[in-house]
Design a protein around this ligand. Structure first.
Ligand code: F0G
Length: 460
């Protein structure tokens, strides 16, 4: 007889060291939020209780990673930690050539400069802020080819990160394959709420791009979380280890940019990895201009060592199940209070649907920015806007008005406990209770690039 008792996941580690948190009062939070111009990016970390601004570079490293830091070989050239990292990238990820960079956007810069010519089209399964900007700065134009389901927070399709191959074919027909240097394919699509792409879709993407001689470049920042969803949801993958699924995903692509600050469990680091010698040769040369010599790319030897160890830990099945399990726990708790969130729950955080949460605030009054500020005011939990502010402006100066107007609650890896998740859900539910009284914001300062980082607002 199958038992009806729930079988819980638990963290596959125990805690060896703790960092004390700052508790704040409502009066203090009000004051500092005003000073920060209602932008959670401009808060001081010392004023934050639970920090869900990002899961980028905020993971807890393991004792093994810390031990690895002591093995840093800080030689300017040919550090042994580089060769260790190279070996891990080749063995675990299956890419041939590695160029380390200080973080993901360093790799995006180099790759975009090498592959994109002025007037090129770069189709992708939804944009990411830095990725698209580097494509544009290199003279390209991003075209969104994610399936329509991804733009609908309520749609429960299990692979909302999938590429719409019809949209891609239309672009190829319209512009010609020679205008498309590569398809920018992300796993666990960030801006869609951490939604995975299926192996079936990837295989079809590979077949179509191969026919036209178009590369697939993989934003593999959260490939392990995507592999988890393939394992849970896709036929034929139930018994496959995460490590094997990751390698299969990568095998359908020609190269990757990586922000190791996510999946790979380090506080800083990234890389470009490619299979094509020509692209590698140029990248290895160009990295010297923007990051540092090709055997360190802006990183200390110890950072590369921690990354090599972190990559291996990130592919452990128990690790990834607990990681995503914690995110799902938080999402289910929020839903139990009626809080509208993007479904299905993604791998790296909960995305609250601000349009549904604050339907009386029009998008030009920044509902998601407002909601992020309100959650902080309630409890000191820091989150991030992912809506009209993040989307920025088009080349002609008009605002992008994205369909998704979200507040992102991203969960750092191995950092917070289930009790923290309860506090976060309860705080969001309290704000939800008084949602009708909340008013929108007016933007009073707007920087030119990636405005969400530094923009300032005033309550209406
Ligand atoms: N690609 C994706 C999918 C990302 O999520 C990020 C960063 C990058 C590229 C850029 O990498 O930060 O190392 O330069 N995302 C962080 C976030 C900042 O909070 O979502 P980076």
């Amino acid at each position: 007889m199958k038992s009806k008792i729930r079988k819980s996941w638990a963290e596959p580690y125990k805690i060896k060291m703790v960092e004390l948190l700052q508790m704040t009062t409502a009066t203090h939070r009000k004051k500092v939020m005003q000073e920060a111009g209602f932008n959670t990016f401009l808060l001081k970390s010392a004023d934050v209780y639970i920090d869900l601004l990002t899961y980028s570079g905020t993971s807890a490293m393991s004792d093994r990673q810390w031990a690895g830091m002591m093995l840093g070989d800080e030689a300017y050239a040919g550090s042994r930690n580089f060769y260790h990292l190279e070996e891990v990238v080749q063995n675990c990820y299956g890419y041939k050539y590695l160029v380390p960079t200080h973080q993901g956007r360093g790799a995006e810069n180099i790759l975009s400069k090498i592959l994109i010519k002025k007037g090129d089209i770069i189709p992708g399964n939804m944009y990411f802020t830095t990725t698209r900007l580097h494509q544009e700065l290199a003279g390209g134009k991003f075209e969104d080819i994610i399936i329509d389901e991804a733009h609908d927070p309520e749609n429960e399709f299990p692979f909302k990160g999938n590429v719409d191959l019809n949209k891609l074919e239309k672009l190829i027909k319209k512009h010609g394959a020679h205008k498309i240097p590569y398809v920018s394919m992300a796993t666990s699509v960030n801006m869609a709420g951490g939604q995975p792409i299926s192996m079936e879709n990837l295989r079809a993407l590979r077949a179509l791009t191969k026919k036209h001689g178009i590369r697939v470049i993989h934003d593999m920042t959260r490939v392990a979380e995507n592999a988890h969803f393939i394992q849970q949801r896709e036929k034929g993958y139930h018994n496959k280890p995460i490590a094997a699924i990751v390698k299969e995903i990568n095998s359908y692509t020609d190269g990757a940019t990586m922000s190791a600050k996510k999946d790979a469990l380090v506080n800083i680091g990234g890389f470009l990895a490619v299979n094509d010698w020509d692209v590698f040769e140029e990248a290895r040369n160009m990295v010297v201009v923007y990051e540092g010599l090709h055997t360190y790319g802006g990183l200390a030897g110890r950072d590369m060592e921690a990354m090599a160890i972190g990559i291996k830990e990130s592919l452990n099945d128990d690790h990834i199940h607990a990681r995503v399990g914690q995110v799902i726990y938080l999402g289910e708790k929020m839903m139990s209070y009626g809080v509208p969130i993007v479904k299905p729950i993604g791998g790296h955080g909960i995305f609250v649907d601000a349009k549904k949460f604050l339907p009386h605030i029009p998008q030009h009054q920044f509902p998601a920015q407002t909601l992020a500020a309100e959650v902080y005011l309630d409890s000191g939990v820091r989150t991030m806007e992912r809506g009209v502010v993040s989307a920025g402006r088009k080349a002609n100066g008009e605002n992008y008005f994205p369909k998704l107007e979200l507040v992102r609650f991203t969960i750092p890896r191995r950092v917070y406990t289930q009790a923290h998740m309860d506090v976060i859900a309860e705080s969001t539910a309290r704000v939800f209770e008084r949602r009708n009284k909340i008013k929108g914001l007016k933007m009073i300062y707007e920087p030119k690039y990636l405005r969400f980082f530094q923009a300032k607002f005033q309550p209406l």
